[in-house]
Design a protein around this ligand. Structure first.
Ligand code: SAH
Length: 467
């Protein structure tokens, strides 16, 4: 042990505060550039593959070190101007300094690497759905409000802190939001409404929360406040509608708790409707502030198109849609299946799904409010034998027992949609052991400029002769 420690120390090629010449040869899953000094790995944030830099070493650990760019010697051909004033503080757009084609390539390789390393499945991601709108694609924005030099500001929390970086006009968000945020901030100043101070738990206005339905253009503006009402809210609504007549709903959400959670569970309507409407793959969808909805719904449509292609529906199938949220996937495929069963744990989302089914005249879809684990087990025990199971789990992926129950139901096809390729790879690895073969993995860019990537996987039940 002692000798090992000695060997490690004596071979450590670098020390803190040294400056080293470094070529960036890869990007890790956190978006940091990777370079090597005498074989020792150094991570440098905000770099691109092909950069030649002088890096200042800021932290040395046993297996690797961290550096920062001291000087750029020559720029990677993948680099572009990051064109955002808060790019460094905010940390959301980890890939904003990289050409979009290179970004797609990074995402494709990230998915492949997860499947190889975690799932033990060697494959090539042939298809990646590129995002036609790499800016302004987010249909939802949430900004904490704070006081800065006596004026209200809205923006983002700086990385690993609760200090608000003013930025009410994030480039990823719908361009409709920034003018409305300006109206609200001016109103807060004019009417002397105190922004919330989380240290002392005082003040009124906590967050601004905006949603836009891309298909209809309808906008919802919600102020998250410590009280149920805010003074002169009618006047605020009048100004918001004057600023943009597409504003159809102005709400106050009450959150009086000492918590990091943004929304409380009660909303009151100040003006207009309690919900706005969107259309996703032909399904009329109601959006309330509390309901889950894909933040890039236009790309989500293309992702679900691919999921439908992988489902091979002919109109005769029983389709189980696990982790169904407000049911959009199943409802949009119900016309091509015999029966749809959706499963979701959040009661409000299940109510949304049932209402949506009625509003859209879908009669062959039913929704169960249950933990996917319990529901899958009970459906399997009841002897349900669906033809297709679609799973769209949260980042942590599927519980192993959910996968087990799916295998007991023995569908011909499984379609997995995932916002986390690492857990998707793990789960597909387990399904492969249970007799399913990964037929194709596609990636979809729903979150351009950020490191996040979505993927959709087609799995098919192997026939005995195949195994
Ligand atoms: N398919 C939906 C939602 C996907 S997000 C859509 O495309 O809109 C994942 C969903 O899984 C969320 O709605 C979340 O509430 C739900 N969920 C999380 N854990 C769950 C569990 N254990 N059982 C059932 N649903 C769960």
């Amino acid at each position: 042990m002692q000798a090992g420690l000695f060997v490690w120390r004596s071979f450590m090629p670098i020390q803190k505060n040294q400056i080293h010449r470094l070529e960036i040869t890869d990007l890790n899953s956190d978006g940091n550039g990777v370079g090597k000094i005498d074989g020792f790995v150094v991570f440098v944030p905000m770099t691109a593959v092909g950069d030649l830099i002088e890096a200042k070493i800021v932290k040395v650990l046993k297996q690797y070190a961290f550096g920062i760019v001291e000087r750029i010697l020559s720029l990677s051909p993948d680099r572009i101007d990051n064109d955002c004033p808060v790019y460094r503080q905010c940390g959301g757009c980890s890939l904003r300094h990289i050409r979009y084609e290179a970004e797609l390539d990074i995402k494709r390789r990230q998915v492949e690497a997860c499947f190889r390393r975690i799932g033990g499945i060697d494959l090539t991601v042939e298809r990646i759905l590129s995002n036609p709108h790499t800016e302004g694609y987010r249909n939802k924005a949430q900004f904490p409000v704070a006081l800065r030099d006596g004026k209200a500001v809205a923006g983002f929390y700086a990385k690993r802190s609760h200090r608000v970086v003013p930025c009410g006009d994030c480039r990823l968000q719908s361009p409709a939001f920034a003018p409305l945020v300006r109206v609200i901030l001016d109103f807060i100043d004019e009417y002397h409404l105190p922004p919330y101070d989380e240290t002392n738990h005082t003040g009124l206005i906590r967050n601004l929360y905006l949603r836009e339905a891309p298909a209809t253009g309808e906008i919802m503006v919600c102020l998250v406040a410590t009280k149920k009402h805010i003074p002169s809210a009618d006047e605020l609504a009048r100004r918001l509608v004057a600023c943009n007549p597409k504003v159809k709903s102005v709400l106050v959400n009450r959150n009086s708790q000492k918590t990091n959670v943004i929304l409380g569970d009660r909303c009151s309507v100040v003006w207009g409707k309690p919900v706005i409407h969107d259309v996703l793959r032909g399904v009329d969808v109601e959006l309330s502030p509390l309901s889950f909805y894909q933040v890039n719904s236009l790309q989500a449509e293309r992702l679900y198109d691919l999921a439908e292609e992988y489902a091979h529906l002919t109109g005769e199938e029983t389709l189980v849609d696990l982790y169904c949220g407000a049911g959009t996937i199943g409802l949009s495929m119900a016309g091509k299946a015999k029966r749809v069963i959706g499963v979701e744990i959040i009661p409000v989302a299940v109510e949304d799904a049932r209402r949506s089914a009625q509003r859209n005249g879908v009669r062959n879809a039913e929704f169960l409010c249950a933990d996917a684990k319990e529901a899958a087990r009970s459906l399997a025990q009841q002897g349900l034998r669906p033809d297709v199971v679609i799973v769209d789990p949260p980042r942590k992926g599927c519980d192993a027992s959910v996968l087990q129950s799916i295998c007991e139901m023995a569908p011909q096809r499984i379609v997995m949609i995932s916002c986390n390729p690492a857990t998707a790879a793990r789960d597909c690895g387990l399904l492969q052991q249970q007799g399913y073969r990964v037929e194709e993995v596609a990636a979809a860019d729903l979150f351009s400029r950020t490191l996040h990537v979505e993927c959709v996987i087609s799995l098919v039940k192997e026939t005995i002769s195949e195994r």
